[in-house]
Design a protein. Structure first.
Length: 585
């Protein structure tokens, strides 16, 4: 059924032949503006063969780190230069970006000039390299891109003919930016894992952190929590204090053993409650109960950085009873302290796009969260249900809930979708992460590693999985609107670019599970012209499934439309690009 749906999609869109990518790799452009820099950067994107090489080399860290040393030196830096950056190095499976964002904002509240390197970007590549919380300008990005790129080109020789892959290049470029722009500190988020991640070229961070652990990137990091914990503990350095949040027992023991091997003092962060003495509740700029552990980690990282750099205003230590606190723990508990005004302000002012973010656009409210692991999706569901319930309910009860979902990589999509069932969505919409069918004019979101056909195949499989999960859940659910309990098969639209919805099989559907070829079409259908940022859907020439047609009427007439966008940070980034055009400027 997936193959049949894919043929229909490809025919309707006049898609490229199987295996053809969205565009060919551009040659190096002679001009040195931002778009030329991004197009040239895209030629360094990791391909499938390189990923296989990474998997083969993961047992030999020297092979990867020696390559990174070579690239760094060819760019004009030595690893010793990185010691001057006063780095806070953070890894973890989920929440590491949020923990970094809290940490950076706290230290910026002290008047320090901060650098922040993170991934992935949501709308523009320059989001990955920030100074004082803001993405570097297009002019600065272009300046440092060409500086690093030209040096690497000029140092090619018969023995060193390669260029660093996309993430390695940006990591090297970030180091150049932070050194030459003279930041007081740099918060560096690990890309994947820790031990073999290219950011682990850092040899002397000021402090390290490990956010919550979970199962992700199993083909590279291993398929158990213990294996993943071993990888994450690879960033520990001798004599450098490290902090982690509450973890399952066995992974925590692995982190402890890694810390002991590396002579690294490791501490467990107390819960955020321990910092909220009396009736004071710390206000967080990021929503969701799961952000409290990220904030607790950030407080420890920021205070330790300030302490080790000889800064004042650390926050008064509270009285505690270590003997009681450490009972039954394999890792000692870090001391609690009274947060300073700067710390409180930093936690409150933290912003991090695409993580538990709510965008109210008239009757349509978009809930954006880039959760992509089982644990993070569970947290997302708790946040969405609470956030949606906190909204004023329509007096007539005409509220429609929509799931917009996509997942990439080696993730267990069925497990993620199953976790989303309790949200009682009236529609599930699946589409690739691309904003438009053609992304030729959007270099920031080009992905040479994903073909249109592969992306659509994944969406059709997700659609089929959702339908099966609903059937296993018990068939006709009472929360489904009656007009949507109709069956039937959609005939694909014959014209390119028209609305296209493809059910997975010619049998009655319990709930419409719809596929669109790009985000622009998916969002237009969901909003039905009721979001001022989105045009009404172009239905001319489209042959719609009866349930989809009925759904369009319900969406147009609903008092409130709640849309959860999740499963991929790249998906969230594409949605943000369409809903907030200012982010692309």
């Amino acid at each position: 059924m997936v193959a049949r749906g894919l043929r229909a999609l490809r025919g309707a869109l006049r898609a490229p032949a199987a295996g053809r990518r969205f565009s060919t790799r551009p040659a190096r452009a002679p001009a040195m503006d931002y778009q030329d820099a991004i197009r040239t950067l895209n030629t360094l994107q990791t391909n499938a063969s390189y990923l296989e090489q990474v998997k083969r080399e993961r047992g030999d860290p020297r092979a990867q780190l020696e390559a990174m040393h070579s690239f760094l030196e060819r760019s004009g830096l030595k690893v010793e230069d990185l010691d001057r950056l006063n780095i806070i190095h953070v890894t973890g499976t989920k929440g590491k970006g949020s923990a970094c964002a809290f940490t950076e904002c706290i230290l910026r509240s002290y008047g320090l000039k901060t650098g922040f390197y993170s991934s992935p970007h949501l709308v523009q590549v320059r989001e990955r390299i920030r100074i004082n919380g803001q993405p570097i300008s297009k002019e600065l990005f272009s300046k440092y891109f060409w500086l690093v790129y030209n040096r690497l080109e000029e140092t090619k020789d018969p023995a060193r003919t390669s260029m660093p892959a996309y993430f390695r290049f940006l990591t090297i470029m970030a180091f150049h930016v932070f050194l030459q722009e003279k930041v007081d500190l740099a918060v560096v988020e690990v890309g994947i894992g820790g031990a073999y991640d290219c950011t682990n070229i850092i040899r002397a961070p000021v402090v390290c952190g490990v956010s919550s652990l979970g199962i992700d990137h199993t083909s590279i990091l291993g398929d158990t929590m213990e294996k993943i914990a071993w990888q994450k503990g690879g960033i520990f350095k001798p004599g450098v204090p490290a902090f982690t949040v509450v973890q399952p027992e066995r992974p925590l023991e692995v982190l402890r053993d890694r810390a002991q091997e590396r002579e690294c003092p490791l501490y467990l962060c107390p819960e955020l409650d321990a910092f909220e003495g009396g009736h004071r509740v710390l206000e967080l700029g990021l929503a969701g109960a799961h952000q409290r552990s990220n904030a607790a980690l950030a407080l420890q990282l920021a205070r330790t950085w300030l302490q080790r750099r000889g800064c004042r205003g650390l926050g008064e230590l509270k009285d505690m009873s270590p003997g009681t606190e450490l009972v039954g723990r394999s890792v000692p508990l870090a001391p609690t302290f009274r947060p300073t005004d700067a710390m409180i302000q930093g936690l409150r002012d933290t912003e991090w796009l695409g993580r538990t973010q709510v965008l109210p656009h008239g009757p349509v409210t978009w809930y954006l969260d880039g959760a992509h692991t089982t644990s993070s999706v569970q947290a997302c569901v708790r946040w969405f249900r609470q956030a949606a319930l906190n909204q004023d309910k329509p007096h007539d009860g005409s509220e429609v809930r929509v799931l917009l979902f996509n997942a990439t990589g080696d993730r267990d999509t069925a497990a993620l979708l199953k976790l989303l069932l309790p949200c009682h969505f009236d529609y599930a919409v699946f589409c690739p992460n691309f904003t438009e069918v053609s992304v030729a004019n959007n270099a920031d979101q080009q992905n040479f590693n994903v073909t249109l056909e592969n992306a659509l195949t994944r969406c059709l499989e997700n659609q089929q999985t959702w339908t099966q999960l609903l059937e296993e859940k018990g068939g006709q659910d009472p929360w489904l609107p009656a007009p949507l309990r109709a069956g039937g098969l959609l005939q694909p639209a014959p014209a390119r670019g028209t609305l296209l919805l493809v059910p997975p099989a010619p049998r009655p559907l319990n709930s419409p599970a719809l596929v669109f070829p790009c985000l622009a079409q998916a969002l237009r259908w969901v909003a039905q012209g009721r979001d001022p940022q989105l045009a009404a859907p172009a239905a001319t020439g489209a042959h719609l499934h009866p349930a989809a047609s009925s759904g369009a009427v319900l969406l147009r007439e609903a008092t409130a439309i709640r849309v959860l966008v999740t499963g991929s940070l790249h998906l969230v980034g594409g949605v943000l690009r369409l809903l907030d055009p200012a982010l692309s400027q």
